[in-house]
Structures are given as C-alpha cells and as structure tokens.
Design a protein around this ligand. Structure first.
Ligand code: HEM
Length: 409
C-alpha cells in the first residue's frame, strides 16, 4: 500500500505541542510509517501498542548500531567525532551480554527498596524549593521546581557536586536537543566540556573515594573486567542525563495536564492517596518520553506488509502506544484513577527504565506537595504560547509560568 500521509517533522516544537491527532491517524492507516529526520536520516515509526511492545522484545533489532550491519552499511555509517566514541558504551546502546553486565553494576542503586530510603530527602527538597517561591505567588514551575528536584537527587546519588548542576543541565540540554542520532557540530563544545568535567571529577574520587555511586563504579573499574574507562564515563553521563531530563517533563507536563483538567486536579487534591495511579496516568497521557531510542534492523523486517530494510532506524512511539484505543478505554481522556493502566511510559523488556522507581517517587512527592501547599494554581500565560523543547525522543515545555496562592494566605 503506498503511503498516504506526507513526511512529518517529528522533532519540531509544533509537533511536540500536540502530536496525538497525527499519531492517531498513523495507528489507523499507516502503523508502519517511514519519515525522515531534519538531517534526512530515514526513520520508521511504529505506533500501535502491540507493535511497540513487540519491537522492544524483538531480537531482529539491535541497540548497538555497529552490530548486525553489512560491511557496506558500516562503511557508510555516519562519521562520529572520536570524542563521542566512549559514549557509545552506555547501556542503552548495548545488547546482551554487555548490556546485562553494565546494567547489573548499577541496578542495586535504583531498586524500589533503596529508592524508598530517599523519600524523606526528596520530600524535604520539594518543601525547600517551594519555600523559596511561596512568598512570590508565582514561579516558573520548570526552572524553580520540576528541574532542580530530580537534578539535585541524581547528583546526590552519583556524588557529583550539586552546586555544578546548572553546568550539567546546560550541557545535557545540548545533547537532548539533538534532533538526530548523528551528532552535530553545535553539540561538540557541550559534550567536550561535560566529558572533561567528569574525567577530572573521577580523578578526585580515585584519590579520595566517598560513599557514592561514582566511587563504587570507580572501584569496579579498578578491579578490572567489570567496567572499562569508557564504560565508566558513558555510565555516569547517561545516568546524569536520563536522571533528570525525563522526570522534569513528567512533573512539568503532569502539572500542565492537571491545569487543563481542573476536575482531575481537584480530585487529586481532595484525595492525595490516589497519587500512585495519578502519576501512572500522567505518564501515559502526557508522554514525557515520546519515543523509544533507536533500534536498528539486523535484517530486513516485514511488519504489516511493509519491509524495514536492514540497518535502518526504527522508533517505537510510546506516546502513541499509550493512546491506542484497542488497549485503553477513552484513551484521550485523563483519568487519574485509571485501572488497569499498562502504559509503556518506561519502555519494556531488557531496557525497561532503570530509574522508574526513582522517577515515580519523585513525581508523586512533587505533585502532591505542590497541590497540598498551593491553591488556585493557574497558568500565567496562554497555553498555546508555551514553547516545547525540540528533541527527538523527549516531550516537555521549556518554561511553565504559573501563579498560585499558598494554603495559609
Ligand atoms: C519520568 C521519568 C522517566 C521516563 C519517562 C523514562 C523513560 C525511559 C524509557 C522509555 C526507557 C527505555 C528507552 C528505550 O528502550 O529505548 C528508559 C531507559 C532508561 N532510563 Fe529512564 N525514564 C525516566 C527516568 C529515569 C531516571 C530518573 C533515571 C535515572 C536513573 C533513568 C535511567 C534510565 C536508564 C539508565 C535507561 C536505560 C536502561 C537500559 O538500557 O537497560 N530514567 N527510560
């Protein structure tokens, strides 16, 4: 069947603002859809729930872009500046057995039990951040709350100086604003500074280890076999970025969705115990991670009669799978008590989000604390004037100006 829908720029801000009607069209008529990124890289989008879950468990697709390609394709593979090479060793870009080994090294630090032990710290941080803005009656929810919360926590877990968090965010912003897997010249200075910072920081931890994750990883690296130097660098790099660039969108998009659905906001305010199902629903409905990261076909793969050629990139559109009408009742409605809710917000299979317990806990505390302390929450600008961050995988606003009254005032 020839394609009927024209190529779509899936990374631009306008698409991110409301991708859902277009994605519904794809699910209905072109569930395997080929488009091109702004740099002309072809990508295939899978938009139905079952196809996305299959993709995430299908061994015919590889995460390691150097695996499974023909020698000719490897030769044509876009050139990566040597500086970026160590970063290819991050767990999300690896298949087993390397993926299994790398994930096992940090898995323990992010189990629900350990994360639960951080609850009091996350709560006190949420209160502290709101104390700062409460007297003003207004804030940029992203800058003042949704961003510093996960950023501070992930730096504390890793042991990197929290006071440098603005630098990390500046550098990581450049990385997540990439609109193609091919790095552009624009991003090189940020990555260079980021890696230089981390290498210098590792030296200080080598000299005097502390009780933090970076010190534990350095110990594993020095013991040999478990982790090499590139992998150490890639590990800390991905944890710092994934540990805050995603959760900021869950809290930001989540609060925006509540502002747009005041009956739901009031239901949660009246009954904070529904926060667990509420956060699951906000993950489903607001798509803080809109697409999976890329998978490469190791062979020609035919889905619904269309053949994805070997080596090409396929993305599972999480934000579409989560609105698939064959799985979710009234998928375009926000229902904070939705049950069951088998959304794919954290992915599936072996790459299922390592930080899911932490992200859930942070969002639950952030949203309930905001609602318990602030009333008459309102957007300070028209919602159609909000600017969405251009990005290949993520979906979130740059700023979310809101005003409020505090409970006591
Ligand atoms: C709301 C917040 C978050 C969302 C929606 C989210 C979503 C995801 C998704 C969809 C994947 C799978 C990607 C794929 O298969 O292509 C993933 C993987 C991952 N996430 Fe998260 N994430 C969040 C927070 C976090 C946090 C706080 C951390 C910090 C530890 C984290 C660390 C990771 C890592 C390391 C992986 C790769 C896992 C692997 O390859 O085995 N994420 N995340």
């Amino acid at each position: 069947m020839p394609p009927t829908l024209p190529p779509k720029n899936i990374v631009e801000a306008d698409f991110k603002a409301n991708p859902f009607p277009f994605l519904a069209q794809l699910r209905a008529s072109e569930p395997v859809y080929r488009t091109v990124l702004p740099d002309k890289t072809p990508v295939w989008l899978l938009t139905r729930y079952d196809d996305v879950t299959d993709l995430l468990r299908d061994a015919r697709f590889t995460k390691n872009r150097r695996a499974g390609l023909t020698p000719d394709q490897l030769r044509k593979l876009h050139w990566t500046p040597p500086m970026f090479r160590p970063l290819e060793s991050n767990m999300l870009d690896q298949d087993p057995p390397d993926h299994t080994r790398l994930r096992a090294l940090v898995h323990k630090a992010f189990t629900p039990g350990l994360v639960e032990g951080m609850r009091a710290r996350v709560q006190s941080l949420a209160d502290e951040l709101l104390d700062h803005v409460a007297p003003q009656g207004k804030m940029d929810l992203i800058r003042d709350f949704a961003l510093p919360l996960p950023m501070t926590i992930i730096t504390e877990i890793l042991g990197v100086p929290t006071s440098d968090r603005h630098k990390f965010h500046r550098w990581s912003q450049a990385v997540v604003s990439l609109t193609s897997p091919k790095p552009t010249l624009r991003v090189i200075p940020s990555v260079w500074l980021f890696l230089r910072y981390l290498r210098r920081f590792f030296e200080t931890r080598r000299r005097s280890p502390q009780d933090d994750l970076v010190s534990a990883l350095i110990k594993a690296e020095e013991a040999g076999e478990k982790l090499n130097e590139d992998e150490l660098l890639a590990m800390v790099f991905i944890l710092l970025i994934a540990g805050h660039e995603t959760t900021v969108n869950l809290i930001g998009n989540g609060v925006l969705a509540l502002l747009e659905n005041p009956d739901q906001m009031e239901e949660l305010r009246a009954n904070p115990r529904i926060i667990k199902s509420a956060v699951e629903e906000l993950l489903r409905y607001t798509a803080p991670v809109l697409m999976t990261t890329e998978r490469h076909a190791r062979e020609n793969v035919t889905i619904h009669g269309l053949t994805i050629p070997q080596g090409e990139i396929t993305l599972g559109v999480i934000g579409s799978a989560n609105r698939d009408e064959s799985v979710f009742d009234k998928p375009d409605e926000l229902d904070l008590t939705r049950e069951p809710n088998k959304h794919l917000g954290f992915g599936q299979g072996i790459h299922f989000c390592l930080g899911a317990p932490l992200a859930r806990m942070e969002a639950q505390i952030a949203i309930n604390t905001l609602l318990s302390r602030m009333v008459d929450l309102q957007l300070s600008v028209a919602s159609d004037s909000l600017r969405w961050r251009p990005s290949l995988f993520l979906r979130g606003v740059e700023a979310l100006p809101i005003k409020f009254r505090t409970q006591a005032s």
